[in-house]
Design a protein around this ligand. Structure first.
Ligand SMILES: Cc1cc2nc3c(=O)[nH]c(=O)nc-3n(C[C@H](O)[C@H](O)[C@H](O)COP(=O)(O)OP(=O)(O)OC[C@H]3O[C@@H](n4cnc5c(N)ncnc54)[C@H](O)[C@@H]3O)c2cc1C
Length: 441
């Protein structure tokens, strides 16, 4: 088997890392011990959809787990499934959805693996109702270099269970995961798209529809000026009840996500594209029936970060802002981006609910999350990102370690005060570039 070159999903930080993919569960621990002996440390790697230095190994040695992708067991009466950690969310959904069971939490990519979803405790467009991925994990097996395999659940090895959920792949290699699924009667969603005029409209709309709709997210035009800052399109959806559980073959129109590559990356062109997109929806409200992937994970069509926007590289940032300060902080962020000119070509707003995660370092908190994707432009971005980070810190919000290429160490330490507890549970054979930066004194 040839060595594979791995790189985190989007462009920065560019850091190819190589190693042979693992295929059999009973070889994982031996490889972990080998890595400890030969490279000092390593890092598990799933679908390589993480876009920050938290997904990059400090030593350059990684354990690629996407070959460990077998379905292990299911209780179809109760909707409980167990699968190897390298199985992608999309692969699992393809097995469970025709049987009437859906993953209760799906992030913006179904190419993430079960292990990666657990290690970053991902959230989806229904955080208000379902919380994070970790809330639905019943049990998993962890392979460490310093002890034999351990099964973890909320009431069995609870400290390690909690540290591993959002544990950034540092507490051990997750071998398999057992999850409680959500019953659905259709593989399609009925969605409503609503144009809104500003941030206050979004906040009212998303609050009002939270109790009636499973999913909700908004595209926001973060370059609009004058009396339209924060205008956008809010999409809410529920699983249909028509009983059709066939896997959708055709992908339908989802959330808007990026201008085509022919749109130059400068303020006027992007502003024009955004305005056209906003007004393309002629009626204020539109109804549609869509497949879940088009709505929940629209970027998966492009599979690769650099292809996402022509050949442009880009960088994703995700913030969550607490309810009390969300409005003012979002306003300040949007104004700062609009004034900066280069803009974020994809900006998505979602509400996060109050359901607590079992994970020690889980990202979401009750409030609003904002995901931004910027074209790579070191000249503009360095200063802009520092200004945005200052607004987020002042609002007592936090950044997502799965997406921020170079999250500030002090911000991380104050936003995630339990970080030292994770360090206590870290497997000595595992270390990422991110964690090295964070923990070095
Ligand atoms: C287009 C796009 C949209 C996204 N949208 C969202 C979103 O809406 N919500 C959200 O929460 N996230 C989102 N993300 C982030 C993504 O869901 C996470 O980064 C996820 O963790 C990626 O999973 P992966 O399998 O690719 O993991 P990788 O990128 O390979 O690794 C991520 C982390 O998991 C660890 N890890 C992976 N496998 C294992 C294992 N078996 N055992 C132990 N540790 C392991 C790694 O060490 C690393 O720290 C998005 C990413 C993309 C590219």
């Amino acid at each position: 088997m040839s060595a594979s070159k791995l790189q985190s999903w989007e462009c920065p930080p560019r850091a190819p890392q190589s190693n042979e993919p693992l295929v059999w569960r009973d070889t994982v621990r031996a490889r972990l011990l080998d890595a400890r002996a030969s490279a000092g440390t390593t890092l598990p790697c799933g679908g390589a959809r993480g876009s920050a230095d938290s997904s990059l190994s400090a030593s350059g040695h990684v354990l690629p787990l996407h070959g460990l992708a077998r379905f292990i067991d299911a209780d179809w009466e109760q909707g409980i499934v167990r699968a190897e950690a390298g199985m992608t969310l999309g692969e699992l959904i393809a097995i469970t959805l025709p049987r009437g069971w859906m993953l209760p939490v799906i992030p913006g990519t179904q190419l993430a693996t079960l292990g990666g979803a657990l290690a970053n405790d991902v959230h989806g467009r229904n955080h208000q109702l379902r919380g994070t991925f970790g809330r639905h994990v019943r049990r998993f097996s962890l392979l460490r270099s310093d002890r034999p395999a351990i099964e973890c659940a909320a009431d069995d090895q609870p400290d390690l269970f909690s540290a591993t959920i959002a544990g950034l792949g540092l507490t051990g290699v997750i071998e398999w995961v057992e999850i409680q699924l959500m019953a659905v009667r259709s593989s399609h969603l009925n969605v409503t798209r609503m144009r809104f005029g500003n941030l206050d409209d979004f906040l009212a709309l998303s609050r009002g529809r939270a109790s009636t709709h499973e999913y909700g997210a908004a595209w926001v035009d973060c370059l609009a000026r004058g009396n339209a800052p924060g205008r956008g399109i809010y999409v809410s959806g529920n699983h249909s009840t028509d009983g059709d559980l066939s896997l959708p073959a055709q992908r339908t129109r989802g959330l808007p996500f990026a201008p085509p590559a022919i749109v130059p990356n400068h303020g006027l062109a992007m502003r024009t594209f955004n305005a056209l997109y906003y007004w393309r929806q002629r009626r204020g409200i539109e109804l549609a029936r869509v497949d879940p992937a088009s709505f929940l994970s629209p970027l998966d069509k492009l599979r690769n970060g650099t292809r996402h926007n022509g050949n442009r590289a880009y960088q994703q940032h995700q913030y969550v802002l607490p309810e009390a300060s969300a409005r003012d902080a979002l306003q300040a962020i949007l104004q700062t981006i609009a004034a900066g000119g280069s803009g974020s070509y994809l900006a998505v707003l979602e509400r996060c609910g109050a359901l607590a995660s079992p994970g020690l370092l889980s990202f979401p908190m009750r409030g609003v999350s904002l995901t931004l994707n910027f074209a790579q432009d070191a000249r503009h971005n360095t200063a802009l990102f520092a200004r945005l980070a200052a607004i987020v810190a002042e609002a007592r919000g936090r950044q997502f370690p799965a997406t921020h290429a170079q999250m500030n160490r002090n911000h991380f330490r104050s936003a995630y005060p339990a970080w030292q507890e994770l360090e206590r549970h870290r497997d000595p054979a595992l270390m990422s570039r991110f964690w090295k930066r964070i923990t070095e004194s």
